[in-house]
Design a protein around this ligand. Structure first.
Ligand code: ADP
Ligand code: MG
Length: 470
């Protein structure tokens, strides 16, 4: 990856990574795979239910311009009639292990959903590569944990590439291109290239153009048949968003008009605007209980999904439930996370800081834009986190030393629908990001965590520090 601390685009640093795989109980890993289609089916139903979205976001849009603008794009294209009925979303649902005390007082581990990413779900490339390094190192150091272990396949890169090919083919115009929308300076550029190479390996006929979002205003137009045209005559069949998820991405005057123009065109969008909106965190709070989920999913699916759901509260001052949530947020014994409707790291407020922050916004309408979430109590694992800025001569890099890390598991998926008819809905492959215990944020590109891989362990293991004894 490039580094935001190094100006040269030609100078790269290795992506932070762990030396060894991260232990995850098999049953919990399987549960995440099993529920993935329900998570994405729910997203599709939200994407097709503008009235529910408007109702759910009605108080947030009064105080949050970004959410209002996103919703406005969706409202506009729905009012005008969608030019493209194919809806798509390459997604990633993220989870953390959670230690809890059972009724018989013994500790056990369950798994909890952190969030769902509906746009620019990243790091599949790195995730697929790390497994080989981990296997090599485990062999080299002769690390065979005593208990039964196994390593699940990870084909997320191939999967994402094949889904992009599927979408391109659904557009069905031979000479069209894929447009990958980029940030102004892409740190994680190697992933974008690797996806392009992977597509090229099986389909050299498909051409991909990468463009920065801010360079689109003078470059894109809509043709007479609603085709999306780049540089006047290149027809775009598929727009693949790797950007456009944060307010700062829309910091130039034409930004929202361009986003609307893309959605108005008949190019297939990944994600289409409705899916993008469906990833807003407020829906997690609104749909965290079985009875709420049953409005959208079969009862057994809703039940299974609630097995991984955290507790959530609104904190607005307009409703009784919001005022209750606010009071709960102030209770000293609680360990909570306060989240605004944002993606991409750096926006949440954690633990003790929640109460201080709530004190500051008590009398502000801003309360409407947050949700409160219980803190997941992740068990630590013994591992080594390798960061490119670390001094490798330090004691930390002795194998008889170690870090205590916590890991976040992401399950990639892709859903493609023709309006409300699902054409495909699959999960494939995973991401593991591990960070030092006690660190709140979890991003890899932002430097908080490193890439790891999954080592499946027995379901009754609760001590994740027992692996890798030297
Ligand atoms: P973003 O959209 O910015 O990625 P997330 O909801 O994923 O926001 O939160 C960022 C990070 O904060 C996560 O990767 C995770 O490490 C941590 N985190 C978020 N929610 C919780 C929680 N309820 N309990 C513990 N850690 C959390
Ligand atoms: Mg996240």
């Amino acid at each position: 990856m490039r580094s935001d601390k190094i100006a040269s685009d030609n100078c790269v640093l290795h992506t932070p990574f762990t030396l060894f795989p991260s232990p995850i109980p098999s049953r919990l890993y399987q549960l995440c795979l099993d529920i993935h289609p329900y998570v994405t089916n729910l997203m599709l139903q939200l994407a097709n239910n503008l009235a529910f979205m408007e109702d759910s976001l009605s108080s947030i849009v009064q105080v949050d311009d970004f959410t209002r603008n996103l919703l406005k794009v969706q409202q506009t294209v729905e009012r005008e009639g969608l030019s493209q009925s194919i809806l798509s979303c390459i997604n990633r649902s993220d989870y953390m292990l959670d230690t809890f005390t059972q009724t018989n007082q013994s500790d056990s581990i369950r798994i909890r959903q952190v969030e769902v990413n509906a746009i620019a779900s990243a790091l599949s490339t790195h995730s697929c590569k790390i497994k080989d390094l981990h296997h090599f190192l485990m062999n080299k150091y002769n690390l065979q944990p005593a208990t039964n272990i196994s390593f699940p396949n990870n084909d997320s890169l191939e999967f994402i590439a094949s889904e992009l090919i599927r979408l391109y083919d659904l557009y069905g115009q031979k000479d069209s291109f894929i447009l990958l929308i980029n940030e102004p300076r892409s740190l994680n550029f190697s992933e974008h290239f690797t996806i392009e190479y992977t597509i090229h390996k099986s389909r050299p006929d498909i051409r991909i153009i990468r463009r920065r979002f801010k360079d689109l205003p003078n470059a894109v137009t809509i043709g007479p048949n609603k085709q999306l045209l780049l540089d006047d005559n290149i027809e775009i069949g598929l727009v693949y968003f790797r950007y456009c998820y944060d307010p700062s991405n829309y910091d130039f005057p034409e930004a929202w008009n361009i986003r609307l123009l893309l959605e108005r065109s008949k190019a297939i969008k990944c994600p289409s605007i409705g899916f993008h909106v469906s990833g807003i965190k407020k829906f997690q709070q609104l749909l965290s209980e079985q009875s709420q989920l049953e409005k959208f999913l079969e009862s057994d699916q809703a039940k299974k999904l609630t097995e991984v759901m955290c507790k959530f509260w609104p904190i607005d001052n307009d409703t009784e439930s919001g005022r209750d949530g606010f009071r709960i947020g102030l209770e000293p014994h609680r360990n909570l996370v306060l989240k605004p409707q944002r993606e991409g790291g750096g926006h949440n407020i954690y633990g003790k800081n929640v109460r201080t922050y709530l004190g500051k916004i008590e009398n502000s309408d801003d309360r409407r834009q947050y949700i409160l979430m219980e803190m997941i109590n992740s068990p630590t694992e013994k591992n080594w986190l390798m960061h490119p800025e670390d001094n490798v001569e330090s004691d930390k890099f002795r194998l008889d030393s170690h870090d205590l890390l916590v890991s976040e598991l992401g399950i990639y998926g892709s859903i493609v629908a023709d309006k409300s008819t699902i054409l495909s809905n699959q999960s494939a492959g995973y991401l593991v990001r591990s960070k030092k215990s006690g660190v709140d944020e979890g991003g890899v590109v932002s430097g908080y965590s490193g890439i790891s891989s999954v080592m499946l362990i027995d379901d009754n293991e609760v001590d994740l520090t027992q692996f890798y004894q030297f």
